[in-house]
Design a protein around this ligand. Structure first.
Ligand code: AMP
Ligand code: MG
Length: 406
């Protein structure tokens, strides 16, 4: 049997990066940056007021207080978006709004709360020091500074930063198109009646969701009956449309040969027994030059295998530097009995309580218990050589999403 790490390493080593494309800024959300982003100018581009108040010379109001206010002449009003076109001299002030450029001559801003307006004059009730309530040019980003590096997921903060710097278009890695195939004579579609012996195809939906959430483009290629010719045709017909295939079902002992024959004929496939639970049988290789993941059919095996193998592979193809979920150490709130010999992925509810993460199993852990994925927000990873774990033991948990109440 292959270890999870070894299987993952072999997969990641054999995958290429997809090419770069230039896209409009908004389209880049959820894609991976393919270029270094260097600031062409300072942010903010000019010294400006951090408050609504009066721009003035700090020295003029050094001794101002409520008891002995300092009386200044008000030169006018400066809203955000305009420049003053005048200079603030001794004994003078300019009414200024947040974000308006600091006028020449002024070196500080007194907030409006510390003043009393009196016609074209203002009484300053509190002193400020030079630079107070002023945002300096470049205090966020300096011209020439590199703020983002290739390999980074473009999220909301990155979009905002790119917009501030004037990047209307940006180079990203292309999103991978993932062809999703469900196999099995027992499967019917979500809109169909359940006949005896039939179940609904759920895997192509969980896979669709996981591909989308990873930033890929899922393409559901439908349910293929356990029929070698059909599977071969579905793959051949879609070779030009997808960057990789993910199939579910047909790699366990019973139907192993059908899938093995077809895939073996179409390319270079490996059929592995990976020392993991759930998800022991896995197929990975290339058909017609496209990577193909043959995941086992059980709904939880599909999701756990996707997490361990397909998601990092997809992210790598799409240029990402960080391929893995965040991991935390959590304390078990319930004991876990288990057999050694395989890495086990227990679906857990993770919670932050009393200064640490706590984890408890979601309930039954069979590979067909999809509810465990619905209830859980993490996968506790129990190493191959670890046996029973008592309440209070520490476990490593891959965080799949943030804590939520069931
Ligand atoms: P297999 O790996 O093909 O032997 O399938 C293992 C188990 O997963 C069987 O109980 C199947 O009915 C179930 N299964 C396979 N494909 C799907 C699917 N697309 N949706 C839901 N269950 C499935
Ligand atoms: Mg099957």
């Amino acid at each position: 049997m292959l270890s999870v790490e070894e299987a993952r390493r072999r997969i990641l080593d054999s995958l290429p990066r997809l090419e770069e494309v230039e896209v409009e800024l908004l389209e880049a959300l959820g894609m991976t940056l393919a270029e270094e982003v260097t600031a062409g100018h300072d942010i903010p581009p000019f010294d400006n007021s951090a408050m609504d108040g009066y721009a003035l010379r700090a020295a003029d109001v050094a001794r101002a207080s409520a008891e002995s206010p300092v009386d200044l002449k008000v030169l006018g009003d400066l809203p955000a978006g305009y420049t003053a076109g005048l200079s603030v001299g001794e004994g003078e002030a300019l009414r200024i709004m947040t974000g308006a450029p600091l006028p020449a001559g002024a070196d500080a801003v007194v907030p409006v709360e510390s003043t009393r307006a009196q016609g074209d004059r203002v009484l300053v009730l509190e002193g400020v020091s030079p630079g107070e309530n002023v945002r300096r040019a470049g205090e966020d980003v300096r011209a020439g500074e590199t703020v983002l590096f290739p390999g980074r997921l473009i999220g909301a903060a990155e979009l905002g930063m790119l917009a501030s710097l004037g990047y209307a278009r940006i180079r990203c890695h292309r999103r991978a198109v993932v062809g999703i195939i469900s196999t099995g004579d027992e499967l019917v579609g979500v809109e169909e009646e359940l006949a005896p012996g039939k179940i609904r195809d759920s895997n192509s939906y969980t896979l669709y969701g996981m591909v989308r959430e990873a930033g890929g483009v899922p393409l559901r290629l439908g349910v293929v009956r356990d029929d070698a010719a059909l599977l071969e045709r579905t793959i051949r017909e879609n070779l030009d449309k997808v960057d990789l295939f993910v199939t579910s079902g047909g790699v366990s002992v019973g139907d192993y040969d059908m899938v093995k024959d077809v895939l073996g004929k179409l390319g270079e496939m490996n059929f592995w027994k990976v020392a993991m639970r759930p998800g022991k049988p896995q197929a990975f290789g290339h058909v017609g030059g496209k990577p193909l993941f043959g995941l086992p059919g059980n709904p939880v095996s599909v999701m756990v295998s996707f997490e361990q193998f397909v998601r990092p592979a997809l992210l790598k193809m799409m240029g990402r530097e960080d391929l893995f979920r965040p991991q935390v150490t959590a304390v078990l709130d319930a004991p876990l009995g288990r057999k050694r010999g395989r890495t086990e992925f227990i679906r857990v509810v993770v919670e932050w309580r009393e200064g640490r993460f706590h984890a408890r199993p979601t309930g039954p852990q069979g590979s067909g218990i999809l509810k465990s994925m619905v209830l859980g927000n993490g996968l506790a990873v129990l190493p191959e050589d670890v046996g029973r774990l008592e309440t209070g033991s520490e476990v490593t948990v891959q965080l799949l999403r943030y804590c939520q109440t069931p």
